[in-house]
Design a protein around this ligand. Structure first.
Ligand SMILES: Cc1ncc(COP(=O)(O)O)c(C=O)c1O
Length: 387
């Protein structure tokens, strides 16, 4: 029998980054700097609460929007941290990661043929999510010389009658850039003028150095067009727990909750208990991890810039270094293959994040200082030969 597959399976592509993982997993002794997740364990006070919940043994369904107590704890956390106030009963849904928050929001708001603007370079997963809703991803350029801020002229030129939403991501994967308050205001003005939604991906909101994170929703008075996607994954070293959240207008959150109930019924009970502990306790562990990343960032970026041919701006958030390697006479994919096969260091080619990432590669410094130092040492030894 012919295999039965939906047409959608042809339009949704999985990330080309898989090639890198496959190459990396076959080669022993590599310094792995491609992995985009904290190298710290989940803080013990969070593990403890999850253990207690397991011990109790009453592990049932929670509400489709997530446990009321976890939503309340999230509301308290964001109020305390940013003065971000919302109704935890009607304006927040706990989801399986920021990924699910974004996926369900797109499902709830995008019709076939609708266009969704997403940053270039930006997290390539957005494209698959938009296509899965039969929408069309439209990439808007960020300007490297301006700390990867959006190019507003280009942005306006990309708007058509089908434009329905814009995805904004700060701190950014892959650039490590943050969007300043003034720029966020301009983005909101742009969205308001064009009557479109803003999906603000703030999955790295607490991994920000020297500056203050500003939730985009805080700048909106009417509270009608911004949906915030957040996550426990990076802030609390909880990637595998799969907890994040969507916050936005009640009418949209009701639909997000409906779609969540179709896929998952509700988030994972134990993980929600753990998320409650993460939100509801002092943020010391997060601050410690941030300080550690900051120390590594300073040393790693300095090391990168000492390598002839590499230029890397100082990232202001997340744990990524987006390095310009265009001086080497090869494209970013060939550079990555060379780095893996000949130098023994892994990274992600910049063009896998969009056209504007060409000539760049992404390193993650969520890795031990020892690994990072060894990575720099290997690159210093091998790369100058290529020039
Ligand atoms: C920009 C961005 N948004 C969202 C996510 C998804 O995070 P989560 O683990 O919460 O689904 C990631 C994960 O790498 C990311 O880089």
């Amino acid at each position: 029998m012919e295999i039965i597959l939906a047409k959608r399976t042809q339009t949704v592509k999985i990330s080309p980054i898989r090639e890198i993982f496959e190459m990396a997993s076959k080669t022993p002794g590599l310094v792995r700097l491609e992995v985009g997740q904290p190298d710290f364990p989940t803080p013990t006070h969070i593990l403890e609460v999850a253990r207690e919940a397991l011990q109790e043994g009453h592990i049932g369904y929670s509400s489709a929007a997530g446990m009321p107590e976890t939503r309340q704890a999230l509301a308290k956390r964001l109020k305390e941290d940013y003065g971000f106030i919302f109704d935890a009963d009607t304006e927040a849904v706990i989801c399986n990661g920021a990924s699910a928050a974004i996926y369900l929001t797109i499902r709830a708001t995008i019709d076939p043929g609708d266009e969704v603007l997403r940053p270039d370079p930006g997290w390539a997963q957005y494209d698959g999510v938009i296509r899965d809703a039969d929408g069309i991803p439209v990439l808007y350029p960020l300007i490297p010389e301006k700390g990867f801020a959006p190019d507003f002229d280009a942005l306006q030129n990309l708007v058509t009658s089908r434009t329905k939403a814009i995805i904004v991501n700060s701190p950014s994967n892959p650039t490590g850039g943050i969007i300043e308050k003034g720029q966020l205001e301009l983005l909101l003005e742009f969205a308001t003028k064009n009557g479109i939604l803003v999906i603000s991906d703030e999955a790295y909101d607490k991994i920000i150095y020297d500056k203050e994170h500003v939730p985009l929703a805080l700048l909106e008075q009417q509270r009608e067009r911004v949906i915030t996607a957040g996550s426990c994954s990076k802030n609390y070293a909880m990637c595998g727990w799969r907890i994040g959240y969507a916050i936005g207008p009640a009418a949209i959150m009701e639909q997000v909750m409906k779609f969540q109930s179709l896929v998952n019924i509700c988030p994972n009970y134990i993980a929600e208990k753990a998320a409650f502990a993460a939100f509801n306790s002092p943020q010391t562990a997060t601050a410690e991890m941030r300080n550690e990343y900051k120390g590594r960032r300073d040393v790693f970026i300095k090391g990168l810039n000492e390598i002839p041919g590499i230029k890397c701006a100082m990232p202001e958030g997340a744990f990524y270094a987006f390095a310009d390697v265009s001086a080497y006479n090869m494209d970013d994919w060939d550079f990555t293959r060379y780095l893996i096969n000949e130098v023994g260091v892994t990274c992600i080619p910049g063009s896998s994040f969009g056209e504007k990432g060409k000539g760049f590669v992404r390193f993650s410094y969520a890795s031990s200082q020892e690994n990072l130092d060894e990575g720099i040492r290997r690159m210093k030894e091998h790369l100058p030969k290529l020039l």
